[in-house]
Design a protein around this ligand. Structure first.
Ligand code: IMP
Ligand code: MG
Length: 175
């Protein structure tokens, strides 16, 4: 095994869990009149966040994954967004909640929301664990936000650097 240095803790597992519970409760409250909610976790980055979040959403819901790729192997946004895995069901006339790991430039969410609009959902909102406003290139309306962070490249709790570190239970910064 090679030497591995753990990233510095930015948001601890406890801090994340507390906020995720609050978000789940808020979503439960806001959608209490809604017949059925379709939760759309964006792969791969939001898989841990979404798994924890839905356990705090006390509603009739289903989960439909959607895969997006906006980054190469490095840490810079290419601005080019690709759907790597699409929804398996129609969202026409449905209430959709997109669950994302982090909004950085905002280009991925701009592309996705334009794409989803063509499928005519009844409503579509965004829940993002993190927002890094320093690098914004497209205005993004985040309906449910976990934390605003400074301009660091973060990993863990689903987020990767070159596909690594997704398994960390906290959000950390590589030094
Ligand atoms: P955007 O299109 O620039 O907003 O980038 C969104 C996507 O880039 C996110 O869903 C992440 O997958 C990835 N990303 C952006 N910033 C980070 C980071 O600090 N760590 C890990 N992934 C990131
Ligand atoms: Mg992502």
């Amino acid at each position: 095994m090679s030497e591995r240095k753990n990233p510095r803790v930015m948001l601890s597992a406890e801090t994340l869990q507390r906020r995720v519970q609050e978000l789940g409760e808020q979503i439960t409250q806001d959608y209490r009149q809604t017949e059925h909610l379709i939760v759309v976790p964006i792969l791969k980055g939001s898989f841990l966040f979404a798994a924890d979040l839905i356990r705090h959403i006390d509603l009739d819901l289903s989960v439909e994954f959607l895969g997006l790729r906006s980054y190469g192997a490095g840490t810079e946004s290419s601005g080019v967004v690709q759907i790597t895995y699409d929804l398996t069901r129609t969202i026409t006339d449905k209430d959709v909640l997109v669950v994302e790991d982090i909004v950085d430039t905002g280009l991925s969410m701009r592309y996705l929301f334009e794409n989803l609009a063509t499928r005519h959902p009844r409503t579509v909102r965004l829940c993002s664990l993190l927002h890094k406003p320093a690098r914004s290139r497209a205005k993004t309306n985040i309906d449910y936000l976990g934390f605003t962070i400074d301009d660091h490249f973060v990993v863990g709790y689903g987020l990767d650097y070159d596909e690594r570190y997704r398994n960390l239970p906290y959000i950390g910064v590589i030094e």
